[in-house]
Write a protein that binds this ligand. Sequence first.
Ligand code: PGA
Length: 269
Amino acid sequence: MKANRAQPIGSDGGRKRLVVANWKMHPGTCTDAKRLFLEIKRQAARRVRVETVVAAPSIYISELAKLAARSPIRLGAQNVFWEKEGAYTGEVSAAQLASVGVTHVIVGHSERRALGERDEQVARKVVAALKGKLVVVLCVGESERDATGGYLSVVESQLRIALAGVPKTALRQLSIAYEPVWAISAGDGRGKTATPGDVQEMTIFIRKILTSLYTRPSAERVPVLYGGSVNEDNAAGLMEESMIDGFLVGGASLKPHAFAAILTAANEK
Ligand code: PGA
């Protein structure tokens, strides 16, 4: 199957809203995954201004791709390896993902960094995924907030290292997800959320770094998402007040009603 070439930029010339469901290691069976996917597909069809991506466990993707055919919903993976093929037990390449219908991939999620993934490895994955024509959702975010702004340096360094091998021409395939580690929920989407003010400050900061690495117009086109305890109660406020282009949603993406409300918030901004 040929991968769809997703366009992060809307036809109105503005950045398209992007909402990525990060299912993590859920649900427990392929049958449940298909049921949840069909619910999300139905809801996504009604929110046409939003590009909806479901980043499912890779074992389920082929089955979900059959359900996604001829619909605008996109399939994402939660990780990718930087080599194309070879003796790398347990790894999956960008080409392999694309061959089953994946268009987007989350790279550098803090839960993978917590398992030992380093910035340099994130950088190699970003380059491999972009070369494989996938849209990269690059996750950055500090573990804790300090009063002296050290958290800004953490995010700056993550961005600079991860993007070191990315040419300006590849930015159309890039989105940045700001996910402060302290705001990521234990799985129910109800942890300590960042305030719209926190998120706005970081969104501006991320665009400033992108501008310094590339040019202002190209930096402006990169969607910036927020992730970390996004739920049906806080999505509209975050969307309205923090200059983001969408969300990376963990726990709440497993609850169809909560996820529908988040899609609506992104669609209506
Ligand atoms: P959460 O997870 O929405 O459950 O906080 C977000 C993420 O880890 O991507």
